[in-house]
Write a protein that binds this ligand. Structure first.
Ligand SMILES: Nc1ncnc2c1ncn2[C@@H]1O[C@H](COP(=O)(O)OP(=O)(O)O)[C@@H](O)[C@H]1O
Ligand SMILES: [Mg+2]
Length: 213
């Protein structure tokens, strides 16, 4: 199964989710390959830290740029799950990965700047679906407010905005803004490997919804 983390917005949490979900899958017995297709190499640096500290399960990481489709199809035959992290733009990597992916997880904050990029994503997805009609696009609300007074309103706005696009499915699970996500990235860890119960719960909810739901 090929899972692309994609959006047209940098800083929406794609790399963070790719690395955290890679560990979720590996801990659940999956044979995971993480493909770093962003020349900034953030996922690669995360995995180097993981290797240096000898953290288990180890994650296999491949760097590949430009046209990803053949590489991803060949990795798909060897691994149970291929997670692809791309740069946040209309990149060649994102489009070529989407043409062969089973799933695209598109993290977006509930901010006008993030949600404004959904229209562009829709145009790309419609074109890609000419080649890959079974692609499913799941939009994940990320870095949601932890302020109890705005959580519900923000969630309602997010769902109604995503609901305007028939190509997209809004995931029921959502992630909040939590410092732990920043801290684990520099240590090569997932939030699952910390004692932060709230972050563990929300990552587990996403994992179950996407992979066991
Ligand atoms: N849920 C979260 N809460 C707080 N900070 C987060 C969260 N997810 C990601 N971040 C931070 O936001 C920044 C952008 O995340 P990143 O995963 O690099 O996004 P992208 O790959 O889409 O550019 C990073 O500094 C990361 O540590
Ligand atoms: Mg990134």
């Amino acid at each position: 199964m090929i899972i692309l983390l994609g959006s047209n917005k940098g800083g929406s949490g794609k790399t963070t989710l790719a690395c955290n979900l890679a560990v979720s899958l590996a801990k659940d017995g999956g044979d995971v390959c993480l493909v770093d297709a962003d020349r900034q190499g953030s996922a690669s640096r995360w995995n180097l830290e993981r290797e240096a500290s000898g953290t288990q399960p180890a994650i296999t990481l491949v760097q590949k740029y430009d046209n990803l489709s053949q590489t991803l199809q060949s990795l798909d035959g060897k691994y149970s799950h291929v997670l692809v992290d791309v740069a946040g733009r209309n990149s060649r990597e994102m489009i070529t990965a989407a043409t062969v992916a089973d799933l695209m997880i598109a993290p977006h904050q509930c901010s006008q700047l993030d949600l404004d990029t959904l229209g562009e994503l829709q145009e790309q997805v419609v074109r890609v679906m000419d080649f890959n009609p079974s692609l499913r696009v799941l939009v994940y609300q990320t870095m949601a407010s932890t302020n109890i007074q705005v959580i519900e309103n923000e969630r309602r706005d997010f769902k109604s905005y995503v609901g305007e696009f028939p190509e997209f499915i809004a995931l029921k699970s959502s992630g909040r803004y939590r410092k732990i996500y920043r801290d684990v990235m520099s240590e090569g860890l997932s939030v699952l490997e910390t004692s932060n119960k709230l972050a563990i719960e929300e990552l587990t909810a996403l994992y179950k919804e996407v992979f066991n739901g």
